[in-house]
Design a protein around this ligand. Structure first.
Ligand code: NDP
Length: 332
């Protein structure tokens, strides 16, 4: 049973020395427990925060212990009445071939309906993040302009498509020409800006948003967000979803003092974590599944093969190597 452990807490940007590989025997499940064989791991930016020894909404990883995250897999052995060997499940499990889990913490997946990876993406955590952040905080209305950063990532590409479904002008910000082309040509974004090659992101935003910005779904923070916030309309809404540009920062960064500007435009700026909406997940899953089945939304997965490559997949998030959801396929 191969496992990936946290070797040490990273200072700044993580690298291979953050991770350590271990080999253990396959454990036996106890009462009400099951043994899950991983098929796919979800690779997520929020895992960076769990590598710090700091109090946050998710408990820190322990040094010398396996990393954990979203996993879909198959029941290999069961001491729980609800699960039989061969059943597919999703849960928060180790970055390993096998994990012992309490049956009560797992969700069953029906592999006949949709690919099993859907549970890690469109109808799972990233899809629900996009859905509730946009629908509940940004509240998109027909004819409005919605800007999304991190637009070609897992959450961002779903946000933009849902905003299009609601009749908005949608402008995405992302980090490569390939991503820009994908957003415009495949997903029908009205405009998209490559923040890595532009000379003047504020000018580009002005051109892309002739009527100003009514809602901003922020996945990244930093200079990109500073540029967007200066162009918000009266009564604009900002969903603070992610701040990946700051996740590796070693001290609090300085930025423009923007609050007076937000005040005079009566802007709503709200941070959220998807779990805030736990009681409404069913509503989100129903809408997302329906849109997926009707072909109203689509998605991309960036699948890297092999558990041993999971650290590199994680590091790739900070280099923008993924179009859509970053996953690791564990089984051969
Ligand atoms: P993504 O699939 O979007 O992957 C991360 C992307 O971020 C990269 O592909 C890269 O794309 C971009 N990026 C990396 N570094 C920077 C940087 N310094 N400045 C700007 N962009 C950068 O990840 P997710 O869709 O899973 O997550 C998106 C955001 O949402 C993250 O910040 C994440 O932490 C947050 N999140 C929040 C949740 C919540 O409950 N609030 C739940 C899930 C996610 P590019 O090529 O464009 O640079």
């Amino acid at each position: 049973n191969r496992q990936i452990l946290l070797a040490q807490r990273p200072q700044g940007l993580p690298d291979q020395s953050t991770f350590e590989f271990a080999e253990t025997t396959v454990p036996d499940p106890g009462d009400n427990q099951v043994l899950v064989r991983a098929h796919y791991l979800s690779v997520d930016p929020y895992m960076r925060g769990r590598m710090n020894d700091a109090k946050s909404y998710a408990t820190p990883f322990e040094v010398g212990k396996p990393l954990t995250g979203g996993v879909v897999g198959e029941i290999a052995a069961s001491n729980h009445d609800d699960f039989q060997p061969g059943d597919f499940v999703s849960g928060n499990l180790d970055w390993a071939d096998y994990t012992i889990a309490e049956g009560a913490t797992l969700q069953k997946i029906n592999p006949d309906n949709t690919p099993i990876t859907t549970a890690l993406y469109v109808t799972g955590m990233p899809g629900l993040t996009a859905y509730f952040g946009l629908m509940d905080i940004c509240q998109p209305k027909t004819g409005e302009t919605v800007v999304v950063s991190g637009a070609a990532g897992a959450v961002g590409m779903i946000v933009g498509q849902i905003a299009k479904l609601h009749g908005c002008r949608v402008v995405g910000i992302a980090g490569s020409d390939e991503k820009i082309a994908y957003l415009q040509d495949e997903l029908g974004f009205d405009a998209a800006i490559n923040y890595k090659t532009t000379n003047n992101i504020r000018e580009d935003l002005k051109n892309a948003c002739p009527n100003g910005i009514d809602a901003y779904f922020d996945n990244v923070g930093g200079d990109i967000t500073d540029a967007v916030l200066f162009q918000l309309n009266f009564h604009a809404r900002v969903a603070l979803c992610g701040q990946i540009a700051h996740y590796n920062a070693e001290k609090v960064e300085q930025g423009p003092r923007i609050l007076p500007y937000l005040l005079t435009r009566s802007v709503l700026l709200k941070g959220f974590i998807v779990r805030d909406y736990a009681e409404r997940y069913e509503e989100g899953i129903n809408d997302l599944s329906k849109w997926l089945q009707e072909g109203k939304i689509t998605y991309e997965e960036n699948i890297i093969e092999g558990l041993e490559n999971a650290p590199e997949a994680f590091l790739g998030l900070f280099r923008g190597e993924n179009l859509g959801k970053q996953l690791v396929k564990v089984i051969e």
